[in-house]
Design a protein around this ligand. Structure first.
Ligand SMILES: Cc1cc2nc3c(=O)[nH]c(=O)nc-3n(C[C@H](O)[C@H](O)[C@H](O)COP(=O)(O)OP(=O)(O)OC[C@H]3O[C@@H](n4cnc5c(N)ncnc54)[C@H](O)[C@@H]3O)c2cc1C
Length: 493
């Protein structure tokens, strides 16, 4: 048996932030990671690394990263004011996001980014994915101009290095299986460590071990039939252990347990994420093309908003289609706008000089249905509005269902390209109810469970139905830091 002030379960972004904050509060900290060192780091390591936080000016951005005078003179960074960030959260979650939690996330987001920087994380401007040249000026769109250098893998690496310097112990291949609970307070965790049963005693435990996205049985149970067929975008270790352990001792479930973040993902991607490919199986440029199902039909408004505000929901729409797949179809006019993920080696792609030649190459698709859909779509595109990919341009369709609201251009310029996607699940929305001041887990009577905290994907109540891109990492950092600081302080009391 080993003893610490604070034991953190997991070693992703939320766990690392919790461990560092607990250490800063003077606690002796250990992190328990189910994965081996090679596979450690959770979904955080697979993340693209874009981060959404509130900023109202360039000075706010400069708290997070260096920006040169030249960059300032030649860029339009836009804003993501607290109001804009909150509006996005409310709009996308159909006004179901928990008011206190979302406000806390938004209000602490900038300060937490500056804190991450102080913990050694390097941030850079997001030129690659969220910007375009407009009238000679670099315009950042989607309210997210900054990302972690090296993506999620870089973020984890920086935090790992700081945790190591701080002397925080990390135990790999150590899977938490149950909480040590005397009926009143949590006193540690039981683990399976390299095949052997063991126990870690602690005055406080922070659970930061992800949702249940990698557990096909729970996905079917909570998200619904068919979800066992989704591919897992990231870590194979997030199987709901933390949620189960907490529910077992009477923690209150909270949030959208039948909801999750899921995206269009290469149809033949492996069952779990591949760290060498990272997030690149995703296909997020569908806003410039058409999404086609096995009947050859469209089934969503591809241009409802920037991909940042639709991609997390459209994976689930793909899963609902017969055969759980959809082809994304583009013409040559938008080829230069396709994101880097369309140019990776492992990609399921078809190409042809005419739509008639392309149709039979779309495996599993009714060719006649597809050609009819494109004819009708092409005829429905508004010709009186110019195309502009840096704004919601209002260049939509008229008289077809579903509508395409923005970025609609006829598919008429060869060569044509198509990419086969299925549903890739990122993380689940259902979680635990926490205290708003401390991140302490509440029981079913809404009383704090002494000694138990949680953070990251395990926090329930923030996301319902949909999600604004870049919020997962910031949420993990805000709530991880809060839980770690409170657990560290409580352990030292
Ligand atoms: C492909 C992909 C791309 C993404 N891109 C972005 C992005 O660009 N921006 C963004 O904000 N978000 C992104 N996300 C979402 C983001 O990565 C997650 O929301 C966030 O990383 C979750 O952090 P976490 O610490 O809660 O969980 P994780 O990082 O998943 O960490 C959970 C940890 O718990 C461990 N664990 C699980 N069970 C146990 C157990 N029983 N005992 C011990 N350890 C256990 C796991 O091994 C892991 O170390 C992306 C996710 C994926 C998969």
């Amino acid at each position: 048996m080993r003893e610490y002030d604070v034991v953190v379960v997991g070693k992703g972004n939320a766990a690392l932030c919790a461990a560092l904050a607990a250490h800063d509060a003077g606690a002796r900290v250990a992190m328990l990671e189910a994965a081996s060192e090679d596979e450690s780091g959770g979904n955080s390591r697979f993340a693209g690394g874009v981060m959404r936080f509130a900023y109202a000016s360039v000075d706010d951005l400069k708290r997070v990263t260096e920006i040169t005078d030249d960059e300032i003179a030649n860029s339009d960074f836009g804003t993501n004011t607290r109001e804009e960030f909150l509006d996005d959260l409310y709009r996308l979650t159909s006004y179901r996001t928990d008011a206190d939690l979302s406000e806390l996330l938004v209000n602490r987001s900038l300060d937490t980014m500056a804190w991450l920087r102080s913990k050694g994380v390097r941030f850079v401007l997001n030129y690659g994915r969220q910007s375009g040249l407009v009238g000679g000026k670099r315009k950042f769109f989607g309210r997210m101009p900054i990302e972690a250098s090296g993506g999620g893998a870089g973020l984890v690496q920086y935090l790992d290095a700081t945790a190591k310097k701080a002397g925080i112990d990390v135990c790999f291949e150590t899977r938490a299986v149950a909480l040590v609970y005397d009926g009143e307070r949590v006193q540690g965790v039981r683990v399976k460590q390299k095949g052997k049963a063991a126990e870690f005693r602690a005055r406080c435990v922070v659970l930061a071990c992800g949702g249940f996205e990698a557990n096909p049985e729970w996905r079917t149970r909570y998200l619904g039939p068919g979800w066992e067929l989704a591919k897992v975008r990231g870590s194979r270790f997030n199987v709901g252990d933390g949620l189960r352990m907490a529910l077992d001792i009477g923690a209150a479930p909270y949030g959208n347990w039948s909801g999750c973040h899921a995206v269009g993902w290469d149809r033949y991607a492996p069952e779990f994420g591949d760290i060498n490919v990272g997030d690149q199986f995703q296909k997020h440029s569908y806003i410039f093309g058409l999404l086609i199902n096995s009947e050859g039909k469209r089934f969503v408004d591809e241009g409802w908003d920037f991909h940042s505000f639709t991609y997390a929901k459209y994976g689930g729409e793909v899963l609902k289609q017969p055969g759980q797949f959809a082809w994304q179809v583009f013409d040559a006019k938008v080829k230069h706008l396709l994101r880097s993920e369309y140019r990776i080696k492992f990609v399921t792609k078809a190409a042809a000089n005419t739509l008639e030649e392309l149709a039979p190459q779309l495996e599993g698709v009714n060719a006649e249905g597809f050609l009819k859909t494109v004819r009708e779509y092409n005829a429905a595109v508004r010709k009186d509005v110019p195309f502009d990919h840096t704004i919601k341009d209002g260049k939509g369709t008229v008289g077809i269902e579903p509508l395409k609201s923005n970025w609609a251009q006829p598919l008429d310029t060869p060569p044509f390209e198509a990419y086969a996607t299925t549903c890739g699940i990122t993380f689940t929305f259902g979680g635990l109810r926490i205290d708003r001041e401390t991140g302490q887990v509440l029981d079913v009577n809404f009383h704090p469970i002494p000694g138990l905290y949680c953070a990251g994907e395990m926090v329930g109540g923030l996301f319902y139905f949909n999600y604004p891109s870049g919020t997962g990492l910031v949420s993990g950092a805000v709530f991880g830091r809060m839980a770690g600081a409170a657990a560290g302080a409580a352990a030292k009391r």
